[in-house]
Design a binder for this molecule. Structure first.
Ligand code: HEC
Ligand code: HEC
Ligand code: HEC
Ligand code: HEC
Ligand code: HEC
Ligand code: HEC
Length: 496
């Protein structure tokens, strides 16, 4: 009996088991007493060490197997007797010990499994374990309205099958990180679960209706950074239970089905849309002059339009530099009376930097160098404000630009508007039409009314009109916005 594990391999296996168990006990005690979450510690404690102990066990069993085979080859009798001997006190003591240890083992494995599960579901695990790869999504998530919503609520959702799928996909990701085969930026399409099963766990479509007023102040690219403000009343949706459903969330009211085909991975080119309305009627819209894929081609995906087709950046919001600068100017973090600050700031933020440290250095010094060259007077008299402005720009950079992953607003379009990328105008550009010539609306008042617009940094001070005022574009472009898409000019390399 004893000779069964008298083999060097058994010694190796046994020592691994003992060492692993002691380390596990120590780290588990640490995990109980620690007040902060550390994804690395959790990973080692609840995955690494159990795996190590398991390895030791396997080695131990292999050693026994080798001994058994060797004994049999020598012609010795090997048999495993399993007899309960209630009269033998030594036997009984060992039996109870064995049973006790087994229960302890089962509970530990269960507990470890549970803690391991918890560890891989935590925001820290998803966002920080593979620090470089997930940094852009982690940082933007922390700055978003969903900062307190865990990654898994949107990326996995409820139910066991998606849990298993995500862990299997996780193995692929571990491989990609280990062998550095991932793209910089990460490449889509990112197949999220239908929004019905994730977003709608918290946001119930029937209950978000009404209007939303947004105000924004923009600063021009001229010497004075002239402010210009807009008050917008967005018609998100009417009360669906009492009135005719309409408004922006009309697409989502459960009886309406909108389906579309996109011809690119980012889903920016949409030549075909089909709508099945509440009354059962069907509308089929296509873009004239564009290639329409065959509907029966198995490679063609007819997608159900859902929350994610507009809100594709609910959590990872990579701000346009111009938007971030506008907010910083409106709040005073950037002194809007520094001449040409808007233009200079945009140039600095849009430059290509090899890494974050270089960016910090060059932005920090760059603004001062700019003023020393263009306006030495300002550079000497307002050095403090220039320094503070440079610091504010570094902060904007840190929240929105991730040079190591080559990820920023240029890699991640936002579909919930129509300025910097086509967004709503992928379908609502006024050219998409059905057989009778009806188009999907492009009327400026169908989604929002502009309550007020004009010069000045205070939107509240604008003269407003509830029936809406006509849009006028700031600067010198005149009426060009009437004949071109906003995104034609607001190409993302300009940053506004
Ligand atoms: C409120 C829901 C939500 C939360 C919370 C959330 N995500 Fe996302 N995530 C999304 C959506 C939506 C997309 C974009 C899918 C698309 O473009 O098709 C996305 C995309 C991503 C991508 C692909 C790259 C990109 O920027 O599009 C990664 C990686 C990612 N998320 C990681 C995370 C991590 C890590 C966390 C937690 C720190 C997290 N997500 C939390 C909704 C969420
Ligand atoms: C675990 C619950 C939860 C889930 C899941 C969730 N959200 Fe939210 N969402 C919230 C909360 C809470 C807020 C309000 C945050 C606030 O006002 O600060 C919010 C706010 C929003 C807003 C308004 C943001 C703004 O700028 O005011 C949008 C849009 C939104 N969610 C869309 C989504 C989409 C799309 C998904 C699915 C990808 C999603 N949410 C998933 C809880 C959730
Ligand atoms: C012909 C090109 C062109 C078209 C078309 C155009 N824009 Fe612009 N837009 C500009 C330029 C150039 C600026 C910067 C002007 C300045 O600051 O002096 C600008 C600035 C803006 C700003 C201020 C941006 C900021 O962050 O400071 C807003 C808002 C804006 N445009 C909205 C729109 C909308 C909405 C549309 C479509 C209805 C549109 N634009 C169409 C060229 C265009
Ligand atoms: C047709 C595009 C579109 C679709 C589809 C869509 N939304 Fe929206 N939603 C918008 C726009 C535009 C706004 C207003 C701007 C904003 O708050 O981002 C908005 C606003 C919201 C808000 C904020 C409301 C407020 O009062 O602040 C929430 C929450 C929201 N949507 C959730 C969802 C959810 C969940 C779904 C899917 C069931 C969904 N949306 C589908 C375009 C859409
Ligand atoms: C995939 C194509 C597509 C995209 C993208 C899209 N829509 Fe629509 N939208 C439609 C279709 C189709 C209709 C219905 C036309 C019809 O009934 O014939 C519609 C109707 C509407 C209506 C009118 C609802 C009513 O009162 O009858 C509004 C408002 C609207 N969309 C807003 C938006 C906004 C805002 C966005 C961007 C955030 C957007 N849509 C993006 C396809 C789209
Ligand atoms: C299909 C719906 C839809 C139509 C049609 C539409 N808009 Fe918009 N518009 C939006 C949405 C959605 C936003 C983004 C609101 C937000 O996120 O705060 C927006 C934002 C804006 C803004 C604020 C600046 C910005 O880009 O954030 C201006 C200005 C604007 N629209 C002007 C126009 C003009 C001019 C037209 C007519 C050519 C027009 N819109 C047609 C849906 C629409």
């Amino acid at each position: 009996m004893r000779s069964l594990y008298r083999h060097p391999l058994a010694a190796v296996g046994g020592s691994i088991i003992v060492a692993g168990s002691v380390a596990l006990a120590l780290l588990m005690a640490r995990d109980f007493t620690a007040h902060t979450e550390n994804p690395y510690r959790s990973l080692i404690t609840f995955f690494g060490l159990p795996a190590l102990i398991f390895l030791g066990l396997i080695l131990f069993l292999i050693a026994i197997r080798i001994q058994v085979v060797a004994a049999r080859r020598r012609g010795e009798q090997v048999h495993f007797a399993l007899r309960i001997e209630p009269t033998d006190p030594r036997y009984m003591r060992n039996l109870w010990l064995f049973l006790g240890l087994s229960v302890f083992g089962i509970l530990s494995v269960g507990f470890i499994g549970f803690k391991g599960y918890e560890a891989t579901e935590s925001v820290a695990f998803c966002g920080e374990t593979c620090h470089e790869v997930m940094e852009p999504e982690f940082v933007t998530h922390q700055n978003s309205p969903h900062a307190r919503v865990e990654c898994v609520e949107c990326h996995i959702g409820p139910g066991a099958s998606y849990f298993v799928k995500s862990k299997i996909d996780g193995l692929r990701q571990v491989w990609a990180v280990t062998f550095d085969t991932f793209g910089r930026p990460l490449e889509g399409p990112f197949q999220l679960r239908p929004a019905r099963e994730t977003c709608e766990e918290c946001h119930w479509p029937e209950s978000f209706f009404g209007s939303k007023v947004t105000t924004a102040t923009y600063y021009s690219l001229d010497e004075e950074n002239s402010p210009w403000s807009i008050v917008l009343l967005l018609d998100i949706g009417k009360e669906s239970r009492t009135a005719d459903p309409s408004g922006i969330h009309w697409h989502m009211l459960t009886e309406n089905v909108v389906e579309y085909i996109a011809t690119d991975a980012e889903r920016q080119e949409i030549p075909w849309v089909r709508v099945t309305r509440t009354d059962g009627s069907i509308g089929l819209y296509t873009k004239p002059g564009q290639f329409i894929p065959q509907l029966n081609d198995p490679d063609v995906e007819i997608r159900n339009f859902d929350c994610l087709d507009c809100h594709n950046r609910p959590s990872h919001i990579f701000e346009q530099p111009s938007d971030a600068i506008n907010v910083a100017m409106a709040s005073g973090r950037l002194a809007s009376d520094l001449p040409h600050l808007k233009r200079a700031a945009l140039t600095l933020l849009l430059d290509d930097y090899a890494d974050r440290d270089t960016a910090h250095r060059e932005i920090d010094q760059g603004l001062m160098v700019y003023y020393q060259r263009s306006d030495p007077d300002v550079a000497t008299h307002r050095a403090g404000e220039i320094q503070a402005a440079a610091q504010a720009l570094v902060d904007i950079y840190d929240s929105n630009f991730f040079p190591e992953m080559k990820t920023d607003f240029r890699a991640r379009v936002n579909n919930s508007g129509h300025r910097s990328s086509p967004g709503c105008f992928r379908c609502h550009d006024g050219t998409m039409s059905d057989a009778a010539g009806n188009t999907i609306t492009n009327d400026c008042n169908s989604c929002h009314v502009i309550l007020g617009l004009g010069e000045g940094a205070n939107p509240e001070a604008l003269e407003t009109n509830l029936t809406g005022v006509e849009f006028e574009h700031l600067g010198t472009i005149g009426d060009q916005w009437k004949t071109r898409l906003c995104s034609d000019c607001h190409a993302n390399f300009q940053g506004f």
